[in-house]
Each structure stands twice: as structure tokens, then as C-alpha cells.
Design a protein around this ligand. Structure first.
Ligand SMILES: Nc1ncnc2c1ncn2[C@@H]1O[C@H](COP(=O)(O)OP(=O)(O)OP(=O)(O)O)[C@@H](O)[C@H]1O
Ligand SMILES: [Mg+2]
Length: 580
């Protein structure tokens, strides 16, 4: 057999099916492409309908630019697009689409019906296609804009259908896609119905409001974040540790209105929540990044979900700081919040009513004024924004562990043990960072030794003891006589901490060197030093604890990632007692 016979050009139908394999993996990928096209078409209203029969019929309508019959024919061929003309355009993409792949890829594995009418045309066109072949083109009455209906997905490639998950899971993915596109896309109204549920976003609703409504009941544990760097601006909501999840389903990242995943941003989030969330938990976050389109490359993944940032390091620092500041310094930030202005909005059941404020915007983005939903009326972090823990009135202690407090319009319950751990951790951390504190010599020095793999970490541990404020002498290779420590520790169970540390080092013996982690040890010390859980507190003690919490960094969770406080608003209590 000659080379010419062996190696051949594939027929178009096969090429399209291969391309579809990358672009169309499940109903949600179809919906994503159709919604993106609808937004790119420049309309102001986009509607998606999902019918029940699995694997669903999807219909997406818009009131955008529309297409003539000839344009629809063209759009169904591969590599046809109106969005870019030359390679340079890839550097500054302002549209979701650019490959000219989506429609032909979807059409290759489904039945498709497109009805469209551009502005200025009297009649519209209806085009039917199946398995990539155009079946008919005819004139049809149609409103301005486009409706694309996709049914019988993977009907001609049954093998692909087998890979689909249950209707429930696929439906959940459809909703995820809908929200991922609708939330950041201000200025466009969206609606989606699946026969049972429907959801919509109003045109005038800001992305921050959309995100809050999406969070639903969780919104009360979200705090605003905002920060600018040389190349990026980030706004959004950071979840308090009350909202942690095992997977990444609570993470919503958008850049210039496009939903994305990026390892660098994940890492920044992990770093920001270190010491706040347990290591195996992920937060709830809505991050809206804005930057010059030239700084981000979206052409790195077939379904355009991954992106590459030119200044990844800058972004890492920005995200880490923005979250850190939102979580750690809520009270001082709130004091400088601008005055709130009420704006009209539709009431949504179970969703807080918001007001909006116009924050002063950084110079770097003069054209962009993003309304910032504020706190009044929003039945959430009331007390945090109104003066912090110190503004709460302690009512009493219950079950020997919880302090019940009253703030304006809400009840706040503080876990005193968790609070104490957080306070001690925070003070230790300050000391470690050189912010000064007193050291106390102990009446009875204590002797501890390193064993096994722990010996490898000896110099790091010595350095840690020094910097954390411990006084000690060394004996031989691996024995320390500890004679004092930070005064905040009071009755510190040093042996308990040391045992935890040694057990950890032993369990990590096979791990590479350098596993010692300062924050983790400071938490462990805090756990072995906190006294107040189960201790009876008088009002004065409660007030002191609340004041100290205000000073503690990230005062929302104890070092194990357990929440320090929870809140129940008067509106929530009203609902519980069926008051209207
Ligand atoms: N809803 C719509 N309204 C108006 N024009 C549309 C619509 N959907 C598609 N088109 C036109 O069809 C073309 C092809 O769409 P398709 O989704 O296949 O490619 P694309 O959006 O250009 O790029 P990508 O493959 O990255 O999505 C688009 O460039 C656009 O001109
Ligand atoms: Mg497209």
C-alpha cells in the first residue's frame, strides 16, 4: 500500500464529529456555546428553555443582530466567524466566540433548527440541519434576533450518549452554565426555564447583586472584596468559613465577563484561606476580574474554560490580598464605605433585598463604575459592617460554650472556645511577625525532645521557637529545655503541642524535607493554650472577648476551620415563626 492510500484527508462530516468531540461533551456545552453566541450577537434579552426529554431539547433565543439565510448557511460551516478576521485579533478578544467552531460542531451531533431575522429584513429564515447536513432552508416569520434549537443530541453517535451522566446531573450542569454566563454579563437580561424551575436576571442588575442572589441563603456569609493592581482590578464576594465545601463548586471566577479556571488563581485562593479554612475545604467565592484583554489569553483550551494570564504573579498577589483584606479587616473597611443609595429591584423569595452604593473607583479604571451592593437592608453581615463584635450586646452564655449576643436586627452566637483559639492564634502570629508582645519566664521549665524524622527539621524548629517568642536551651542533638514563652499563652500545655508536632513529623517521615509550617504550628499552639471553652464568663468577660475578636486577624473561624460565630437575622427568625 502506498503512502497516498494509507494517509487520507478525512471527509468533512468526520472532521466535524472529531471537532465536536472537543467542543460538545454534554448538553451543558451546547448551552454554553448557544448562550455565548446570543450574548455576542449584541442583544439585550437572552432566554434559554430546556425541555424535559433527556438528553434535553435546548432552545436559546436572543434579540440580537440576527442572520440572513445565507449567513446561517455560512455559520454552519467550520471556521466561519464574524468575530475575528486576522491572527492579531486573537490578542484582544472582546467576544466569547472566535473559532467559528461551535455551530458546526453542535450541528454535527444533533438536530438543529435556526430561526433568525436581522434588523431591516422583512422576513426571517428557518434552517433545519441534522448530523451536520442542511436539510431545508425556507422563509419564516420571526422576531428580530435568533432562536437556535438543538435536539436529539448525540442521536447519530450513540457511543457518546453513553458517557452522559444522569438527567439530574446533566441538568445541574446546565444551570451552572447558565449562571456562569448570566452572572457577569451586566446590561443583558437573562431567563432560563427547565419546566420546573425558572431563574432570571434583570438588565439593570449589577453582577455583584446577581452573585448574591445566586448565593441565596449563603449570601449572609459573604463579604465584599475590592482591590486594584497595576494590571488587574478585582471585585466580588468572599465567603466566610461558614460556607466551606469539599469540592470547588463554590468557586466562581470571571475575567472580563468570561467564566474561567486557572491554577494560579486557585493557588492564591488556597493561600488566602490558609489558617481560615481546613486544608481539605474550599470556600465560596465570586471574583470578577477586569483587565486589558491583551493580558489574558483565552485561546488555550477547546471549551475556552482555561485561560492564561501574562502577569500571573501580579494576579496571585492581588487575589490573595483582596481576600485577606475582605476576611480580616471587615470592620475598619466598613467604616469607610460610602453612603448607600436605594435602587429599585424585583423582590425574590428568600433573597435579601439590596441597596447599592457607588464606591470611589481607582484611577486605573476611570471608565468603569461598578455599583457595589451594600449592607443596609441586606440581612447579612450587619454587625460586622456596623462596628464589629464590640458593637454586639452580650445577652448571656448558654451550654457553657456559646455567647448569645444581640446586634441591630440580628442574633449572633459566638463559640467562645473557637473565638479564643482564633484570638490566641492571631496574637501569636503578630508576635511571630515582630509586632511585639511580652515574653514570660515559666516557673517550671519543661524538657522536650525530637525523635526520628523530626530531627531533620531541628534547625527550622529552633528558628521557629526563637521567632515565636519561646525561651529555651538546647541539650545534645535533639533535646530542648523550654523556660518561657509568649505571655498570651497563660497555662499552655507545651507537652500536648510537642506531642502533636512530633506525631505529625513522624507521619510525614517519607515526605521531602521542609514540611514544617509556621501557621500550622501556631494554630496547634493556640489549640493547646485556649482556656475559655467550658469556662463560665461574666458579662465583662464576654465583652472583653468580643473586643479582642475585633482585633484578631480573620476572626471568622478557629484554626480548625470551624466558624467562630453564626448569625440569625430577625427576618430569618420571622420566617421560622411564620410571621409575615
Ligand atoms: N445567536 C446568533 N446571532 C447572530 N449571529 C450568530 C448567532 N450565533 C452564531 N452567529 C454567527 O455565526 C457565526 C458562527 O458561530 P459559532 O458559534 O460557530 O462561531 P463563533 O461564535 O464565531 O466562534 P466559537 O466557535 O468560538 O464560538 C458567528 O461568528 C456569528 O456571526
Ligand atoms: Mg460561538
Amino acid at each position: 500500500m502506498s503512502v497516498q492510500d494509507r494517509i487520507r484527508l478525512l471527509p468533512d462530516g468526520v472532521v466535524n464529529q472529531i471537532a465536536a468531540g472537543e467542543v460538545v461533551t454534554r448538553p451543558a456545552s451546547v448551552l454554553k456555546e448557544l448562550l455565548e453566541n446570543a450574548v455576542d450577537a449584541g442583544g439585550t434579552f437572552v432566554e434559554a428553555q430546556v425541555s424535559e426529554a433527556f438528553p434535553f431539547t435546548l432552545r436559546v433565543s436572543d434579540d440580537g443582530s440576527g442572520m440572513t439565510a445565507e449567513e446561517v448557511r455560512k455559520a454552519l460551516q467550520r471556521h466561519t466567524t464574524s468575530k475575528i478576521a486576522a491572527a492579531e485579533d486573537l490578542q484582544r478578544l472582546a467576544t466569547f466566540g472566535f473559532r467559528g467552531e461551535a455551530l458546526p460542531s453542535i450541528a454535527a451531533v444533533s438536530r438543529m433548527r435556526i430561526v433568525s431575522r436581522p434588523e431591516g429584513e422583512e422576513t426571517g429564515a428557518e434552517v433545519l440541519a441534522r448530523a451536520g447536513e442542511i436539510l431545508s432552508v425556507r422563509e419564516a416569520g420571526a422576531p428580530r434576533g435568533t432562536t437556535v434549537e438543538v435536539s436529539d443530541l448525540f442521536g447519530n453517535v450513540p457511543a457518546r450518549r453513553k458517557f452522559l451522566k444522569s438527567p439530574r446531573t446533566e441538568m445541574a450542569h446546565l444551570w451552572e452554565v447558565f449562571h456562569a454566563i448570566a452572572i457577569p454579563c451586566e446590561g443583558v437580561s437573562f431567563r432560563m426555564t427547565d419546566g420546573r424551575t425558572d431563574s432570571s436576571c434583570e438588565r439593570g442588575e449589577s453582577r455583584l447583586d446577581r452573585a448574591l442572589r445566586h448565593a441565596g441563603q449563603d449570601a449572609k456569609y459573604l463579604v465584599p472584596l475590592e482591590q486594584t493592581s497595576a494590571f488587574f482590578r478585582v471585585t466580588g464576594w468572599a465567603g466566610l468559613p461558614h460556607l466551606s465545601r469539599f469540592g470547588s463548586s463554590g468557586l466562581h471566577f470571571f475575567v472580563n465577563g468570561r467564566d474561567f479556571r486557572d491554577r494560579g488563581v486557585f493557588a492564591a485562593v488556597r493561600e488566602a484561606y490558609r489558617g481560615i479554612l481546613a486544608p481539605d475545604r474550599q470556600p465560596v467565592l465570586y471574583l470578577f476580574l477586569t483587565c486589558d484583554p491583551a493580558e489574558v489569553d483565552v485561546n488555550v483550551h477547546p471549551s475556552k474554560t482555561e485561560v492564561r494570564f501574562r502577569y500571573g504573579k501580579d494576579l496571585f498577589e492581588l487575589v490573595r490580598h483582596a481576600i485577606g483584606e475582605a476576611l480580616g479587616e471587615i470592620a475598619p473597611k466598613a467604616a469607610s464605605l460610602p453612603v448607600a443609595v436605594e435602587v429599585g429591584r424585583r423582590d425574590m423569595p428568600g433573597i435579601p433585598k439590596l441597596s447599592e452604593v457607588m464606591p470611589l473607583l481607582p484611577e486605573a479604571f476611570p471608565g468603569e463604575r461598578e455599583p457595589h451592593p451594600s449592607i443596609p437592608g441586606f440581612e447579612s453581615q450587619g454587625f460586622l459592617e456596623r462596628g464589629g463584635f464590640a458593637s454586639l450586646k452580650p445577652v448571656g452564655q448558654i451550654l457553657g460554650t456559646y455567647i448569645v449576643c444581640e446586634g441591630a436586627g440580628e442574633m449572633v452566637i459566638v463559640d467562645q472556645h473557637a473565638a479564643d483559639e482564633r484570638i490566641v492564634f492571631s496574637r501569636l502570629k503578630d508576635f511571630y511577625l515582630g509586632k511585639g508582645a511580652s515574653v514570660q519566664r515559666w516557673l517550671v521549665p519543661q524538657v522536650v525532645s525530637l525523635q526520628g524524622g523530626g530531627k531533620r527539621e531541628r534547625s527550622t524548629i529552633e528558628q521557629f521557637l526563637d521567632q515565636a517568642g519561646f525561651l529555651y536551651e538546647t541539650f545534645g542533638e535533639d533535646t530542648f529545655k523550654i523556660t518561657g514563652g509568649p505571655a498570651i499563652l497563660g497555662h499552655f500545655d507545651l507537652q500536648g503541642w510537642w506531642k502533636d508536632l512530633c506525631d505529625f513529623l513522624l507521619s510525614q517521615e517519607a515526605a521531602p524535607k521542609g514540611i514544617f509550617d509556621v501557621d500550622r504550628e501556631l494554630w496547634r499552639i493556640a489549640c493547646h493554650a485556649s482556656l475559655r471553652g467550658g469556662t463560665l464568663l461574666e458579662k465583662e468577660g464576654m465583652r472583653a472577648l468580643l473586643q479582642e475578636l475585633d482585633r484578631a486577624v480573620a476572626s471568622h473561624s478557629c484554626p480548625h476551620g470551624r466558624p467562630v460565630w453564626v448569625t440569625l437575622s430577625s427576618a430569618e427568625m420571622g420566617r421560622m415563626f411564620h410571621r409575615s
